[in-house]
Write a protein that binds this ligand. Structure first.
Ligand SMILES: Nc1nc2c(c(=O)[nH]1)N[C@H]1C(S)=C(S)[C@@H](COP(=O)(O)O)O[C@H]1N2
Ligand SMILES: [Mo]
Length: 380
């Protein structure tokens, strides 16, 4: 790829903030401290988790950098940054979350593989760029197309970084064409994060952002876009990031029986307390995030200080001081919701947070929820 190069070693990595908790040095994987994570609704770039699978690519000539759009289309096209900057510019506030978020806690229950993460392998940013739906229109694919005349059904994003899981090949992933061409799905080719050009760790000069979907599909350092009949056959689509029932373990796993994970599931996490924390009897602030995936919003967050027997509702907000309303036009549907409640602690106990989202706004009776027993309190 002219303009963008992929180093084979880690000698040219970008600078990073020293307060990040490093889970793996090479490739670089790091998250902020959980107490820092919910200090602000928009996560500053320095404190945003970084999830790489190889050395971070380098732009050597932005003028020559371009994205190849190819595959099942009549007129393949090369898009330069100047072409992408010319398209309508959109800003979308979206929470990006690694599917491995909270893997360290999962490994207490079952044997899991992959980098260990606490509860902060996610962040909320304002992503700015062109809509993928507009880009695909430039190559003759109209909005809201799920199958093209040539049989294209999936949009594959390919990078240039060298990943060991791909045997030294690039990171890649795909999403359905129907999602890619739906302007309301807000899939972006983003060149800015929080109002600044993307930095190297987050995909400079151009990355995909698929709101509401596990971070693994938001390919960084975009090199080409491929229109395919089948979903991407890469490692991270076919042999990782899938969900299996409890009867499956590493000895009897059959990857082809499951679909790749896309929307992330509803969840909440307490960030103002550590997993095991000592405190004096009295008032304790319980603060954290709740996020639904798929743009479904958070209907309610409840907190229990008796291990889940009784519950109180926490206040939810995105903008400080303004209560969050799930389907309000001013609420950021792709973004997390922060929650807070002050509770009275009188004895050693378990604090539990529970986020609830509404499965469909038409059928308000169907609830989905996730309960997390996360924090154990001991009185001192
Ligand atoms: N090219 C490329 N894109 C990538 C990755 C990668 O290693 N290489 N990691 C993916 C994963 S698993 C996640 S969770 C997000 C992390 O994005 P961030 O580092 O900007 O937080 O990027 C995704 N896109
Ligand atoms: Mo990830």
């Amino acid at each position: 790829m002219p303009g963008l190069i992929a180093p084979s070693d880690y000698s040219q990595e970008p600078p990073r903030h020293p307060s990040l908790k490093i889970n793996s040095k090479e490739p670089f994987n790091a998250e902020p401290r959980r107490s820092a994570l919910t200090q602000s609704y928009i996560t500053p770039v320095d404190f945003f988790y970084k999830r790489n699978h190889g050395p971070v690519p380098i732009v050597d000539d932005l003028e020559r950098y371009c994205v190849d759009i190819c595959g099942l289309i009549e007129n393949p096209k090369k898009l330069y940054m100047r072409d992408i900057w010319m398209l309508a510019k959109y800003s979308v506030t979206a929470t990006l979350q690694c599917a491995g978020n909270r893997r360290t806690a999962m490994s207490k229950t079952r044997k899991v593989r992959g980098v260990g993460w606490d509860v902060a392998a996610l962040g909320n940013a304002v992503w700015t760029g062109a809509k993928l739906a507009d880009v695909l229109e430039l190559v003759g694919i109209p909005k809201l197309t799920s199958t093209t005349q040539m049989g294209g059904k999936h949009v594959e994003f390919v990078s240039i970084d060298k990943c060991k899981e791909e045997k030294g090949g690039p990171y890649k992933a795909s999403i359905p064409l129907g999602q890619a061409t739906n302007p309301e799905a807000d899939v972006l080719l983003a060149y800015e994060m929080n109002g600044e050009p993307l930095n190297r760790d987050h995909g400079y000069p151009l990355r995909v952002v698929v709101p509401g979907v596990i971070g693994a599909r938001s390919v960084k350092w975009l090199d080409s876009i491929n229109i395919l009949a089948e979903e991407c056959q890469g490692f991270f689509m076919q042999r990782d990031y899938k969900m299996f029932p409890p009867s499956v373990d590493w000895d009897n796993i059959n990857w082809s029986t499951r679909r790749p994970q896309m929307d992330f599931p509803v969840q909440s996490a307490i960030c103002s307390l550590e997993d095991v924390q000592a405190t004096k009897p009295g008032k304790v602030k319980v603060r954290g995030y709740a996020v639904s995936g798929g743009g479904r919003g958070i209907e309610r967050v409840d907190v229990s200080v008796d291990g889940g027997k009784t519950w109180v509702e926490a206040s939810r907000f995105q903008k400080p001081g303004i209560p969050y309303v799930v389907d309000d036009i001013h609420s950021d549907k792709w973004a997390w919701v922060l929650f807070e409640v002050i509770v009275d602690i009188i004895n050693s106990t378990e604090i539990v947070a529970k986020a609830v989202y509404c499965l469909s706004f038409q059928l308000r009776k169907k609830w989905k929820l996730l309960i997390t027993i996360q924090v154990h309190i001991f009185l001192t």
